[in-house]
Every structure is written in structure tokens, then in C-alpha cells.
Design a binder for this molecule. Structure first.
Ligand SMILES: [Zn+2]
Length: 193
């Protein structure tokens, strides 16, 4: 399996892929929603979102709503009410398991085998392990990426284009910031002169 810096650990990677079924490609800057295609094509679903099969209850409408609300959580636009509402809708169970350093940790499973319920279990586990806050959406294009940086300060989906899912948002933002700084340096001189 090919790995790259944007990939999230474990099951969270499939949540990330799910979020990115909605995107704004850099080339066009026009919103693309691939979810209808995934829902209608079982092969494509297995290829990209294979961890959990789609159940009858996983309608396009329900999946779209979940995706939208999970995105809001990643974008800091949910004060946990949306997530809590989703968690209340599905049957989840919690087990105590050994975690890092031998300390007790929590592991959430779902008796309900729907994609929605399994995804919510993955989200709950990510919250429990502290990785959920590292699943972010790009300030610029809103692409979902996992922040692998040490201090968790990443704001753009990719600093260079050309890699897997490579984009240039960070580069574009850096160039814009450089130009803004250059313009700010110039302007006092031009005002003075
Ligand atoms: Zn971006």
C-alpha cells in the first residue's frame, strides 16, 4: 500500500477518504461530489471505502448528511452537538483495552454494521486516541488531510504538488504571503517618497 504524509492512521484513513468524496479540485476550483458515484458503484465503493460495506440504511442522503457534519467537526464548526446527535442515533459499545504504555484505553465497536455506524465508531476511537483533532480540512481548498507534523500546526493540504493527491495550496498561500510582505515593505517607501 502506498503511503503519503496526508494519510491518517488506521481506520481514520477511511473516514478521511469518505470526507474527500466531496472536494474542490485545484485545476477547476469547482465543487465535485463523488458520493453519488460511490453509492451507485459497489466496486468503486470497495476500492476506496472498503473498510465498511454499504448497508440498506446507508442512503445517499444519510451519507451526505454524515459527511457534511463530520466536515463541520473537522473544520471546528461543531460544538460537539452534531457529533453527539449522530452518536446517539447508532448502537455503539465500548470496551476497555490496553493502550499506549499499558494504560487502559477505550475501544468503540458497533453492533450495527452499517457504514454510518462503523464510521462513527472509527470517529469515536479517533477522539478517544486523540487523533481526531489532527484530521483537518485545508484552509484553502477544504481537502481533508491528516496532520502528521510534530506540533500539529499544518493548515494546508499539501506543501508541494506532484505527490499522491498532491496539491499546491500551501505553496500558493506561501507565495501570496511573500507577495503581501513584499508589498508591505515597498509601500512605506513609496508613501515616504
Ligand atoms: Zn488545499
Amino acid at each position: 500500500m502506498q503511503t503519503h504524509s496526508q494519510a491518517a492512521p488506521g481506520a481514520l484513513e477511511f473516514v478521511r477518504r469518505f470526507l474527500n468524496t466531496w472536494s474542490i479540485p485545484n485545476q477547476t476550483r469547482v465543487e465535485v461530489d463523488e458520493l453519488p458515484l460511490f453509492v451507485s458503484d459497489a466496486d468503486k465503493w470497495r476500492e476506496e471505502l472498503w473498510l465498511h460495506p454499504r448497508a440498506e440504511s446507508d442512503t445517499l442522503e444519510r451519507l451526505s448528511e454524515l459527511r457534511s457534519d463530520l466536515r463541520k467537526s473537522c473544520e471546528g464548526l461543531d460544538d460537539h452537538q452534531l457529533l453527539n446527535a449522530w452518536l446517539a442515533r447508532v448502537a455503539l459499545s465500548v470496551k476497555v483495552v490496553p493502550a499506549e504504555g499499558g494504560a487502559p484505553g477505550l475501544y468503540v465497536t458497533s453492533a450495527d454494521t452499517s457504514y454510518v455506524a462503523s464510521t462513527l465508531a472509527s470517529v469515536a476511537n479517533a477522539i478517544s486516541s486523540g487523533t481526531w483533532s489532527r484530521l483537518k480540512t485545508c484552509d484553502d481548498c477544504r481537502w481533508a488531510f491528516y496532520d502528521n507534523t510534530r506540533n500539529g500546526s499544518k493548515r494546508w493540504c499539501g506543501m508541494t504538488k506532484g505527490g499522491v493527491e498532491g496539491r499546491a495550496c500551501g505553496t500558493i498561500a506561501k507565495v501570496a504571503a511573500f507577495r503581501a510582505r513584499a508589498a508591505a515593505k515597498k509601500s512605506p517607501m513609496s508613501e515616504g517618497g
